[in-house]
Design a protein around this ligand. Structure first.
Ligand code: UN1
Length: 508
C-alpha cells in the first residue's frame, strides 16, 4: 500500500457503502480503481445494492432529525475542524488525488486547498444564513423569512475533481443543517473513502450522528435511485450533459430539486488589444492544465485576425516546452487522461476534426514507451478550425484546443456564445469598451465571464456554474447556500385584531 494511503488512515482497500465509518456489507458489484499514472490497480470497492442503499437512507433520515436542530454555528464548528483535519492531511490527500485521478501533484494540492477554503467559507456562513424582514401591510403584524434545512442531499461527483466538488456541496449543506449521501465517480472511489475517513474522525470526536455523512459507491444505477427517491429533496450532480439530463428529468418528474454542473465548451477571446504575455499563459494553463479534463478547460481560442499568426506561433512554441509524464513528478506539466476510454475519445475527436477540415498545427497522439505503460498519456494538440464544426461544438474531455478567427468584437462574442454549453468564458483585452461589452447583457452568455484571466481556476468565493447545457446550477460561494435550504415566510400577528390582507372584510 502506498505511503500516502496509509497516512490517510485507510486500512481496508475494498469497502463499499458507509455510514460514517460503519462499512456495510453489500451484494453490489466490485468496482476496481486503476491509476491512470501506471495502469496499476489501487483498490476494489463494493457498489451499494438496494438493501445497503435503504440502510443508508434510513440512517441519514434519522441523523437529519438531530442535525437540523443543532445551532448553525455549532455545525460550523464541526466544519472548522474538518478544515483543520484537511490542512493536516493536505499532502497525502493531494497525492492520492494525483495518483487516482492523474492530475499534477500541484493541482492535487490545489484541489485540497480548495476544500480547505470552502471549509473556511462555510464556517463564516454558518453565522450568516440570513433571511429578510418585510413590512407587513397589516397593523400589528410582523413578516419575515427564515431558511431551514432541506434534508438529505444526494451528491454525484465526477472523476476530474474527485474531492473538491464534494466539499463545495457538503460543507455548505452541513452548515445549512442537511445530511449528505455521496456517490463519488466510480473512477475515483478511493478519494471518496479517504474523505469519509477524515470526516468520520471529526464526527466521532464531536458526537455528530454518523448518518450526516454517508458514502455509497457505484455506477449510474445509484444516481438513478437517488434521482427517483422522494426522500432525497436535492440531488446535486456534476458530470456530463447526458448524465445531467437524466438526473434533471428524473428529479423534475417528482418535483424535487436538482443542482446541475455539466459540460463546458469554454472560450477565450484574444483581442488585438490583449497583453499577449498574459493571454498566452492564460490560454496555455486553461487548455492543458489537468490534461484538458476540467469543466472549465479552455477548448476554443477566438483570436483577432490581425494577431492570429503571432498568437499561433507563440502557442506552438509554448506547447514545445510542455513535459508530459508522471503527474507525481513535479517537473511534469501534463499527466495522463483518466483511462483508455478517454484516450479513445481524444483520438476520435482528432479524427473528426480532420474530417471536418481542421488543420493541426500541433499534432496529437498517444505516448508510448518507458513511463507511459498505462496507455493514458496523450499529447496536447492544437487545431485550426471553424466555429460551426460539430466537433468544435462538442465538449471532448481532453487537451485539444481549437483556434478560431474573428474580425469584429460582435462576431467574437457571437462565436463565443454559439455553442450549446455556457460555463466559463474570458476576454483578453486592455480595451475598456471591449471588456465591458463582453460583460454586458449583450455579451457572454456564460455563468462565468472573466477579463484578462483564463477560463479555468475559479475561486471558491464566487458562485460556480453555468447556463444552457451546463445545467444552470450554482455551487460554492456567493449565495449558492440557498440551494441547500428551504425558505419559509412567517407572518406574526401581535395585535388584538385579525385584519385581513388585501383589505378584505369578513365580518359576521
Ligand atoms: C470542474 O472542472 O468540475 O475553476 C470544476 C476551476 C476549478 C473547478 C473546476 N476551481 O477550474
Amino acid at each position: 500500500m502506498h505511503n500516502f494511503i496509509q497516512q490517510l488512515g485507510i486500512k481496508e482497500l475494498n469497502p463499499g457503502v458507509s455510514i460514517g465509518l460503519n462499512w456495510l456489507s453489500s451484494a453490489g458489484e466490485k468496482i476496481t480503481s486503476y491509476s491512470p499514472v501506471n495502469g496499476k490497480e489501487i483498490a476494489a470497492v463494493t457498489a451499494a445494492d438496494k438493501a445497503s442503499y435503504e440502510a443508508v437512507i434510513a440512517k441519514a433520515q434519522q441523523a437529519f432529525t438531530e442535525w437540523r436542530i443543532w445551532p448553525a454555528p455549532k455545525r460550523g464548528e464541526i466544519v472548522r475542524q474538518i478544515g483543520e483535519a484537511l490542512r493536516a492531511k493536505k499532502e497525502p490527500l493531494g497525492q492520492l488525488v494525483s495518483y487516482e485521478m492523474g492530475k499534477s501533484l500541484q493541482e492535487g494540492y490545489g484541489e485540497v486547498q480548495e476544500m480547505i477554503d470552502i471549509c473556511d467559507f462555510a464556517v463564516g456562513l454558518a453565522r450568516q444564513l440570513h433571511g429578510l424582514t418585510m413590512h407587513s401591510e397589516r397593523p400589528g403584524h410582523r413578516m419575515y423569512e427564515q431558511w431551514h434545512p432541506l434534508g438529505i442531499v444526494g451528491i454525484i461527483s465526477a472523476f476530474n475533481f474527485p474531492v473538491a466538488v464534494w466539499s463545495w456541496n457538503t460543507m455548505l449543506a452541513w452548515v445549512c443543517g442537511d445530511v449528505c449521501i455521496w456517490k463519488p465517480s466510480e473512477k475515483t472511489p478511493l478519494c471518496g473513502i479517504a474523505c469519509q475517513h477524515i470526516v468520520a474522525e471529526v464526527f466521532a470526536k464531536n458526537n455528530v450522528p454518523e448518518g450526516v455523512s454517508c458514502l455509497i459507491q457505484g455506477g449510474r444505477e445509484i444516481g438513478e435511485w437517488m434521482s427517483h427517491d422522494t426522500r432525497v429533496p436535492l440531488v446535486s450532480a456534476t458530470g456530463s450533459t447526458r448524465m445531467g439530463k437524466a438526473v434533471g428529468a428524473a428529479v423534475g418528474e417528482r418535483l424535487g430539486r436538482s443542482l446541475l454542473e455539466l459540460g463546458g465548451n469554454n472560450a477565450i477571446i484574444i483581442s488585438e488589444h490583449a497583453d499577449l504575455n498574459i493571454a498566452i499563459r492564460g490560454a496555455l494553463f486553461g487548455a492543458v492544465g489537468t490534461a484538458g479534463q476540467r469543466c472549465t478547460t479552455t477548448r476554443r481560442l477566438i483570436i483577432h485576425e490581425s494577431i492570429y499568426d503571432t498568437v499561433k506561433e507563440k502557442l506552438v512554441a509554448a506547447y514545445k516546452q510542455l513535459s508530459i509524464g508522471d503527474p507525481l513528478n513535479e517537473s511534469n506539466h501534463v499527466g495522463p487522461l483518466i483511462d483508455t476510454d478517454a484516450v479513445k475519445n481524444y483520438l476520435h475527436a482528432i479524427e473528426q476534426c480532420k474530417t471536418e477540415g481542421g488543420h493541426f498545427i500541433v499534432e496529437g497522439g498517444v505516448l508510448e514507451g518507458a513511463g507511459y505503460e498505462g496507455g493514458c498519456y496523450v499529447k496536447p494538440c492544437i487545431a485550426e478550425a471553424k466555429p460551426a464544426y460539430k466537433i468544435v461544438q462538442h465538449e471532448t474531455f481532453a487537451p485539444i484546443l481549437y483556434l478560431l478567427k474573428y474580425s469584429t468584437i460582435a462576431e467574437a462574442v457571437a462565436i463565443q456564445n454559439g455553442v450549446p454549453q455556457g460555463l466559463s468564458s474570458s476576454i483578453m483585452t486592455l480595451n475598456l469598451r471591449e471588456a465591458e461589452q463582453f460583460l454586458s447583457a449583450g455579451g457572454s452568455d456564460c455563468g462565468i465571464a472573466n477579463v484578462n484571466i483564463g477560463t479555468s481556476g475559479a475561486e471558491i468565493g464566487g458562485a460556480f456554474g453555468g447556463e444552457k447545457e451546463t445545467g444552470g446550477g450554482r455551487e460554492s460561494g456567493s449565495d449558492a447556500w440557498k440551494n441547500y435550504m428551504r425558505r419559509q415566510t412567517n407572518t406574526i400577528n401581535y395585535s388584538n385584531n385579525l385584519p385581513l390582507a388585501q383589505g378584505i372584510k369578513f365580518d359576521l
